[in-house]
Design a protein around this ligand. Structure first.
Ligand code: 13P
Length: 246
């Protein structure tokens, strides 16, 4: 399995020019990758312009999608629109969507199902808030989020462990704690599916990832990649993170 480095730009940058410069600079720094898949998830306003250009070195992802196929849903975007725009991935279940937009496990489950049905790959975010029981949160988010999804679809799902207290705070999760979370996630998947089910499942870590800590997570954290927020907005920093995965 290749390492996967995902850039979640969130609601940044504010101009097309800045977005285009960022992509260009990243592309220049990551030529000839062998071991690493790079997925960039810009806001919708810039996403499809970039995805249509079909850059060989990177894949593109959306930060959200609606679960209905088409119709009267003002302001929403369908999974098929993304698929038809050469977008390969979609981030679902992000804690910011859960917190600010009230997304429930049930809604996230519907979004995952409809995304998989058109052939999108899903980056499914899970993780506890400060003070919450990690184990309990992971069990309910994963069990409810993957309800009705078959084992053969797991190859198209990447679970991203993002403890909410580590996002944008500089307080990143320790390596041992990350290993524990990855082991818990795999155990939950094996219980829901079969003993071998977690073998095809990629697990990422996200939360205050920087070039100084990215290599440690990849080497010792038991993860197959990283979901990077703030540090993905600086080309030089993001390139270093990608290189640490090579
Ligand atoms: P930061 O890397 O800025 O902590 O954000 C992590 C994140 O939420 C990625 O989805």
């Amino acid at each position: 399995m290749k390492n996967i480095i995902v850039a979640n730009w969130k609601m940044n940058p504010q101009t097309y020019q800045e977005a285009e410069d960022l992509i260009k600079n990243i592309l220049e720094g990551i030529k000839d990758l062998n071991n690493t898949e790079v997925v960039i998830c810009p806001p919708f306003t810039w996403l499809t312009d970039f995805s249509h250009k079909n850059e060989a070195q990177i894949l593109f992802g959306a930060q959200n999608v609606f679960h209905k196929e088409s119709g009267a849903f003002t302001g929403e975007i369908s999974p098929l629109m993304l698929k038809n725009s050469k977008v390969d991935y979609v981030i679902l279940g992000h804690s910011e969507r859960r917190k600010y937009f009230g997304e429930t496990n049930e809604l996230i489950n519907q979004k995952i199902k409809s995304s998989l049905s058109v052939g999108l790959k899903v980056i499914f975010c899970v993780g506890e808030n400060e003070g919450e029981n990690k184990e309990e949160v992971l069990v309910s988010q994963i069990t409810e989020g993957l309800q009705g999804i078959s084992e053969k679809d797991l190859g198209n799902i990447t679970v991203a462990y993002e403890p909410v207290w580590a996002i944008g705070t500089g307080k990143n999760c320790g390596i041992e704690e990350t290993q524990d979370a990855v082991a818990s996630i795999k155990k939950i998947i094996e219980k829901l599916y079969s003993q071998n089910a977690s073998e095809v499942l990629a697990v990422l870590y996200g939360g205050s990832v920087k070039s100084e800590n990215s290599g440690d997570y990849l080497k010792d954290g038991g993860v197959n990649g990283l979901l990077v927020g703030g540090a993905s907005l600086k080309a030089e920093e993001f390139i270093k993170i990608v290189k640490s995965a090579e």
